[in-house]
Design a protein around this ligand. Structure first.
Ligand code: ARG
Length: 468
């Protein structure tokens, strides 16, 4: 069924038939890309000023465009802007409004530009701002983690492998392990920002433009380090969005691992920490419950972030150069990733400094699990036994301990000597938890002195960060 020509479309010239009403809704992106309105206006202002500088726009036309875009910005900020799917996306909504406001000069804004380089520019600007906000929250979380570690550089807890008690560590050491994961995430984020920060503006539809544009001018005006190299690549590249989602998937994986530990530790069975009530919720049926909802929810949100990474990789796979409408599908996964990562970091940055470890319970747990068995083996090695034999001797002592319900440090010297006659009274120095952690006194080890030094290094790395 053919319909009357629709004269409102900015690209309507070659069409004789109005867009199908469903297709109009199906192809519109304004419902989600209006988020980039501020960036779209900034990009347009930079483009218009550059066009004026190369004499494509007159001073009067530039003035009108600047005035119109400023008014549109105010309308958007005030919530008065009428977004319409008739104009498909954020770019054409703003352009249509500009022309409605200032007439002919508004129609000149799109000279030497395409929505293809426009949208690529807008996403980069939007993501760059989001990265800076996320970097701030990540730094805040790291700060809280490091300071909690500083307060607990001598708080002993069991260290685990296979979730079985392995060797004693200090709580601060465990927290600094989290910080290392987050430090690498920060590095990836900075790296992503650096590659992202190039201006695609001027690539136009795909091949560049016949106007004497100055791409260095627009790049500088928009805070980009430089213009992108190749016009085809400029409009088709979405690597930066994928890189950001890859950073996000890894960060969320780390937050999820931290969440898993917080959930375990705050359970009645572990009881290692207290999570403040403001980060927990109750149960509607079981009055005794205090559920660790924030860590659980963050752990659960990894799913959607991983999904968005796969969505973007799949979106780009097999796309021929240069721009394809497929790319409109990049925004929702990217925006949701930004929101999810920011909110998760915010919750964590608020919560981590408020974690209260229960030092005595952690200490007791470390004492119960034969966590100093390796220390006894190392002691025997110092007496001259080959490590494998020492391992065997200690294994027997542990088996005895399990049988009679005693930790190695609770056995008498005579009992210990029944496993190896050379053992002397000084064995009890290494069987204590304090002796065990203090003996791991080297770079990266869990000795309280080493952890205190590691805190200093972690702090100075954080201080050396340049806020973009
Ligand atoms: N809304 C589009 C997007 O998100 C803008 C670019 C459209 N370009 C085009 N040639 N149809 O990708």
């Amino acid at each position: 069924m053919s319909k009357e020509k629709d004269t409102s479309k900015l690209w309507g010239g070659r069409f004789n038939e109005a867009t199908d009403a469903f297709v109009q809704r199906f192809t519109a992106s304004v419902g989600f890309d209006l988020r980039m309105a501020v960036q779209d206006i900034e990009g347009s202002l930079a483009h218009a000023r550059m066009l004026h500088s190369v004499n494509v726009l007159t001073p009067a036309e530039l003035e009108q465009i600047e005035g119109g875009l400023t008014q549109i910005r105010q309308e958007i900020d005030a919530g008065n802007f009428q977004w319409s799917i008739e104009f498909e996306d954020v770019h054409m909504n703003i352009e249509a409004r500009l022309t409605a406001l200032i007439g002919v000069a508004g129609k000149k804004l799109h000279t030497g530009r395409s929505r293809n380089d426009q949208v690529a520019t807008d996403i980069r600007l939007y993501l760059r701002e989001a990265i800076d906000r996320i970097a701030g929250e990540l730094t805040r979380l790291q700060h809280g983690t490091i300071e909690l570690a500083a307060a607990h550089s001598a708080t002993i807890m069991p260290g685990f492998t296979h979730l079985q008690t392995a060797q004693p560590v200090v709580f601060g050491h465990h927290l600094l392990a989290w910080n290392e994961m987050l430090e690498r995430d920060y590095g990836r984020l900075v790296d992503c920002r650096e590659r992202l920060n190039q201006s695609p503006l001027g690539a136009a539809a795909l091949a560049g433009t016949t106007y004497p544009i100055d791409r260095v001018h627009t790049a500088a005006a928009l805070g980009f380090d430089k213009p992108t190299e190749n016009s085809l690549d400029s409009v088709s590249d979405r690597d930066f969005a994928i890189e950001f989602c890859a950073f996000s998937a890894l960060l969320m994986t780390h937050l999820s691992r931290m969440s898993e530990e917080l959930v375990l530790w705050s359970s009645a069975q572990f009881n290692f920490i207290e999570l403040p009530e403001r980060f927990c919720t109750g149960s509607s049926i079981m009055p005794q419950k205090k559920n660790p909802d924030v860590p659980e929810l963050v752990r659960g949100k990894v799913g959607r972030v991983n999904g968005h990474l796969i969505a973007l990789l799949t979106l780009m796979k097999s796309q021929p150069l240069a721009y394809n409408k497929d790319n409109q599908e990049d925004k929702e996964p990217l925006f949701d990733t930004i929101d999810t990562v920011f909110d998760s970091l915010r919750a964590y940055a608020d919560m981590v400094p408020a974690i209260k470890p229960r030092a005595e319970i952690m200490y007791e747990a470390a004492r119960r699990g034969f966590s100093t068995a390796t220390d006894l083996a190392d002691y025997l090695v110092r007496l001259g036994l080959p490590f494998r034999d020492a391992h065997e001797v200690v294994g027997k002592a542990v088996a005895h301990g399990i049988e009679c319900g005693k930790d190695l440090s609770e056995m008498s010297l005579t009992t210990l000597q029944s496993f190896c006659a050379d053992i002397r009274e000084d064995v009890f120095d290494v069987l204590t938890l304090e002796g065990s952690v203090s003996a791991r006194n080297h770079l990266g080890g869990t000795a309280p002195d080493q952890v205190a030094d590691a805190v200093l290094r972690a702090r100075s790395r954080l201080q050396a960060r340049q806020t973009p």
